[in-house]
Design a protein around this ligand. Structure first.
Ligand code: HEM
Length: 515
């Protein structure tokens, strides 16, 4: 009798559990997307029709596969034009032609409003309300990679983290020294290689750009524990590699991250290893040291705050976030800029003349790079054509209004940087060409609406490492130009690809000669 009652109870509990899971799945996959879609449709917003579960993912996959095949088959040598958006996001172009600057689409169950209308872009990107934040799906879908550090957090917790981290990323003399040392290491390795190859070397520069950028970040973050930092970041590189394969095509499909697939299990294991390694360094610090690096700042910030409940997690997530934000973005920016200068010998020579004139054979310092106007123009132009981060994304954390559009809580807003950066209506008829001269009078002179130039984002969530990145790029590129002459290798195939950032999919091969 008692056994019968117990088994009945168990079955009832199991049933309630199953129904509970079913309701949650139904809400996430069907009800919530429908609610958001219907709220937008009522206001006249159109977009490609989504399917349940996948949204518009299949259409996106088809367009990406077609573009990749076309790209690999054709563009060898210097690219005739730099329409990165068409190579990577042809689907946005097609939908924009059909539905206009503002339309909606779905990635899985994720509902997104695409915005390239200038006034609305301005309103969104400069909105200071904490009700508009970074998309919550980023932390959910890419948890092992991002955690809840400054990149993904929102509200007062984000504002608090920003206060702790931002001052550490201001440029000071120590940081300039670190950049100069990393630059010298790179120049030496190239000189050796060129000599060994008889005066002319064909160098795949991407790997070296990564080493340079990783070196700077490891030293900035971990100071004298720099060697530990390198090991941590190597593991993080492996984690990033496996996670970047999931970008786009697994975005917005709920529960995928909880399934113990081979790649998820690998990611979980790496996540744990990275956490243990970082906390080991932290333990050493508590016992022995006083340092003035980013780790120490985060450590002290966490200890002195009553808002941070899980100190270990705060430290680990922010180390990962800084590395993720600053490593690859800077490395690919340098690679794209050198590709452009190798393909435009006239600009290369003009900038070299300026550099030699100002630096007189030395590795440039902060004062010198401030004077290098042509170099800044070329870097601005390179970041316009190849912005590493192609989308500035936000989520309405409460019901909000932009322009005439009521945006319900949970809706994502995407500003497509590649489209905006190359729109002929904004930049003129040569918008797909490399023409640094357009920046001769700064950003305001180059573009009808300066707030539409956004390689580092705009508004309250603007990149905190912008100055650091620009100084890195200026010191590195000016030093390279003053020592070597560059031309594009016949091996170069133009292949913009989307990992976590826009990267040269098949690398950048440059023919390098000592001057
Ligand atoms: C050329 C190199 C870089 C580019 C193109 C770049 C671009 C960006 C972009 C587009 C954002 C998002 C802005 C937004 O959502 O409005 C961002 C955020 C951020 N970046 Fe960078 N970044 C670069 C280098 C760096 C470096 C070197 C660091 C630090 C070491 C860094 C740290 C950050 C941080 C902490 C954030 C988050 C800011 C926040 O949410 O409050 N970035 N970056």
């Amino acid at each position: 009798m008692e056994t019968h009652f117990l088994s009945k109870l168990l079955i009832s509990v199991a049933l309630v559990g199953i129904i509970g899971v079913f309701v949650r799945v139904y809400n996430a996959v069907v009800a919530e997307p429908r609610r958001l879609q219907s709220a937008m449709r009522k206001q006249g917003l159109k977009g490609p029709p989504p399917t349940i579960l996948l949204g518009n993912l299949l259409e996106i996959k088809k367009a990406r596969d077609a573009a990749a095949a076309a790209n690999a088959a054709t563009v060898k040598g210097p690219p005739p034009s730099h329409n990165c958006g068409a190579a990577l996001f042809s689907f946005f172009g097609n939908w924009r032609n059909q539905y206009g600057d503002v339309f909606m689409f779905s990635l899985g169950s994720l509902q997104i409003v695409h915005v390239t209308e200038p006034e609305m872009v301005k309103e969104i990107t400069t909105c200071t309300s904490l009700d508009l934040g970074r998309p919550t799906y980023e932390a959910k879908d890419r948890g092992p990679l991002l955690g809840q550090g400054i990149l993904t957090s929102n509200g007062p917790y984000w504002a608090h983290q920003k206060k702790i981290i931002a001052p550490e990323l201001y440029m000071d003399k120590g940081m300039i020294n670190v950049i100069q040392e990393s630059t010298m290491a790179l120049l030496k390795s190239w000189m050796k290689k060129i000599e060994a190859d008889g005066g002319l070397a064909d160098i795949k520069i991407d790997e070296y750009m990564g080493m340079f950028s990783g070196d700077v970040i490891s030293r900035a973050c971990f100071g004298s524990n720099y060697a530990d930092g390198e090991e941590i970041f190597m593991k993080f590189g492996a984690l990033k590699e496996s996670e970047s394969k999931k970008v786009f095509m697994s975005t917005g499909i709920p529960f995928l991250r909880h399934i113990p697939t081979k790649s998820n299990r690998e990611a979980w294991a790496l996540e744990k290893e990275i956490k243990d390694l970082i906390l080991n360094v932290v333990k050493g610090r508590k016992e022995s040291g006083f340092e003035k690096d980013l780790l120490q700042t985060v450590l002290e910030g966490a200890k002195n705050s009553n808002m941070i409940k899980d100190v270990d997690r705060f430290i680990v997530d922010n180390c990962k976030n800084i590395y993720l934000a600053g490593y690859e973005t800077t490395a690919v920016s340098a690679a794209w800029c050198l590709m452009l200068l190798a393909s435009h010998p006239e600009w290369q020579q003009r900038i070299r003349d300026e550099v030699v004139d100002i630096s007189n054979g030395q590795i440039p310092d902060a004062e010198m790079i401030r004077k290098m106007k042509l170099l800044s123009m070329a870097i601005n132009e390179s970041l316009r054509l190849y912005p590493p981060v192609p989308v500035v994304s936000r989520e309405a954390l409460k019901d909000m209004k932009f322009g005439n559009l009521n945006v319900p809580k949970g809706m994502n807003l995407w500003t497509i940087v590649t489209t905006i950066h190359t729109d002929p209506k904004i930049w003129g008829p040569d918008s797909y060409q490399f023409n640094p001269a357009r920046f001769a009078n700064g950003i305001t002179g180059a573009c009808k609406f300066p707030y539409l130039y956004m390689p580092f984002g705009v508004g309250p969530r603007v990149c905190l490492g912008q100055n650091l990145a620009l100084v890195e790029l200026k010191i590195l590129i000016s030093s390279i130009l003053s020592k070597f002459s560059l031309s594009l290798s016949p091996k170069y195939v133009h292949s913009p690809a989307m990992g976590l950032v826009i990267e040269p999919g098949l690398g950048v091969n440059v023919l390098m000669k000592l001057l």
